[in-house]
Design a protein around this ligand. Structure first.
Ligand SMILES: *Cc1c(COP(=O)(O)O)cnc(C)c1O
Length: 240
């Protein structure tokens, strides 16, 4: 199977621009993050040749391989973690990723703060480590993320950690063909973002990472600042 990553990115860019226009939003206001899971580094290099250099990774081992491959090719990229991180993988995740987008508990944030202190002591880092808080906006029991009821309290507690910086929220929309439900999960996340940004120090935590191949148009209508796309660019995923 040959797929044209360049062509797919061109089509997707048009789709994003159309959704921005329909939502009365400025063209180019939504960032494209490519979901890199199970993609060989060649595919990430093909995307970067089209100017897309923001990648989200679900699996820490693949994150490390991808970042090394991109670095060897002298591509400067931004890489985040968009899957759950087990505590024994946190150290590697922070070494290779520029941000972790799936923090959903104070405990994880505290671990990140402790690890960041160690990195600073070792001269590997300076300043706080950036995160997004993941919200379970669909109410699905199989989904990660803090419950919407807890979000504002959790953000307040995390914001007191000096070595963690909250950049915004991440969510996975309701997994359903009922578009009204999908709208509701994204709208809820946007409302939570507004509430959270009322807390001291979180005024600028405006990142809203939501929307994938199937629902990115809805997410953009509801205020997404970043969409995370795999299938529309890389085709159906190869099995690991
Ligand atoms: C795989 C994945 C995506 C992209 O999904 P597609 O439907 O392939 O576009 C987005 N976000 C997360 C968290 C993912 O795991």
């Amino acid at each position: 199977m040959t797929i044209s990553i360049a062509q797919n990115i061109a089509r997707l860019t048009e789709r994003i621009e159309r959704a921005e226009g329909n939502a009365g939003r400025q063209r180019g206001s939504v960032k494209l993050m490519l979901a890199a899971k199970h993609q060989p580094v060649e595919n990430l290099l093909a995307a970067s040749a089209e100017g897309v250099t923001l990648f989200g990774h679900n699996i820490v081992q693949q994150l490390e391989q991808s970042v090394q491959g991109l670095q060897e090719a002298a591509i400067s990229s931004i890489n985040t973690v968009i899957g759950p991180v087990q505590s024994n993988k946190l150290r590697a995740a922070m070494t290779w990723a520029d941000r972790i987008d799936t923090v959903d508990s104070l405990k994880t944030a505290q671990r990140i703060a402790r690890r960041q202190q160690a990195r600073i002591d070792d001269g590997e880092a300076s300043g706080p480590y950036p995160i997004l808080i993941q919200v379970n906006s669909s109410g699905s029991t199989t989904q990660s993320g803090c419950s919407p009821d807890e979000l504002v309290d959790l953000a307040g507690q995390i914001s007191e950690l000096d070595l963690v910086r909250i950049d915004g929220l991440m969510t996975i929309g309701a997994h359903t063909s009922d578009t009204a439900k999908i709208h509701r999960s994204f709208a809820l996340t946007r409302e939570l973002s507004l509430q959270m940004r009322g807390l001291p120090g979180l005024e600028d935590a405006a990142e809203l990472s939501m929307g994938m191949t199937g629902d990115l148009d809805i997410a953009i209508a509801e205020g997404a600042t970043t969409v995370r796309v795999g299938t529309a660019v890389f085709g159906e995923r190869p099995r690991s």
